[in-house]
Design a protein around this ligand. Structure first.
Ligand SMILES: [Zn+2]
Ligand SMILES: [Zn+2]
Length: 55
């Protein structure tokens, strides 16, 4: 139960608070675009990369 301050705190499921796995990565900058919950399979969009996509 070691809770450290992490920069990324958005990778917890909004529904059940479970861990989110990276479901889709940006092909350009390799940052996560879509996360999927390992518990309830709820998917959430992290961020869109219009510049990357259309680059
Ligand atoms: Zn990108
Ligand atoms: Zn969940």
């Amino acid at each position: 139960m070691s809770q450290t301050m992490t920069l990324v705190r958005a990778d917890l499921c909004r529904k059940c608070g479970g861990e989110m796995n990276i479901s889709e990565k940006c092909k350009q900058c390799r940052k996560p675009i879509t996360l999927r919950c390992t518990e309830c399979d709820h998917a959430s969009n992290v961020q869109f990369h219009p510049l990357c996509i259309y680059g």
